[in-house]
Design a protein around this ligand. Sequence first.
Ligand code: GRF
Length: 208
Amino acid sequence: MPSEKFKLAVLVSGCGSNLQAIIDSIEENNLAAEISLILSNVPDAYALQRGKKHGLESVFLDPKDFPNRDDYEKRMIEILQTKSIDLVCLAGFMRILGKKFIEGFSGKIINIHPSLLPAFPGLNVQKKALEHGVKFSGCTVHFVNEEVDGGAIILQAAVPILDADDVQSLSDRILEQEHIIYPEAIRLIVEDNLEFSGRRVARKTRGN
Ligand code: GRF
C-alpha cells in the first residue's frame, strides 16, 4: 500500500507566487508532499485562482463571519485538523496568528519573510531596508512562534542591494530567492532532515 503523503496547508492573502513555487516543486517531483488545502482570508486573492487551476481545494474563510479572532482561528484549526495537516505554510498570509493557533500547531507552522531576519521584521520591509541603507537584504524561512517574525530560522538567502534599486526592483529580486528557498525549506521538513539546538536549526548530518 502506498504510504500517505505529507500534507501541507498553505495560508495566503494575495498574489500567491510562493504558493505557485510550492505547487511547481511538487509537480516537478522535487517535493514529496501534497497541498491538501489553500486557505485565504481575502476573497479575491489571486492565490485562490492559482490553487483552483491546479485542482487544489482553495477556500476563502471570511473573518467577517466570526465575532472575533479567536473564533476565526478556532474554525481554521478545525478545518486543518479535519484534513490531518502536517505542516502549515504561511505564504503572504496577512494576519497575525494568535496563541491558540500557534500552540495548536506547535513546531508545524512556517513563514517566508522578505528580509534577512532579525533585521526588518514586520511590514514594508523592502522599503525599510532601502531607507536604512543596508547593502544586503534577502529572505528568511522561519518557524512561527508568538513573536512576530521571531521564530527559529530554517533557511535564508542574501540579495545584494544595488545603487539603482527601488522598492519594486528589490522586491522582485528577493521574490526570486523566496521561490527557491521556500520549497527547499519545506523539503527539509518533509524529509525529516532538520535537527535543532536551541534556536539553531541545521541539516542533519547523515552518515554514508
Ligand atoms: C512575499 O514577499 C513574502 O515574503 C511575504 O509576502 C509576500 C507574498 O508574496 N510574506 P506572494 O503572495 O507569495 O506572491
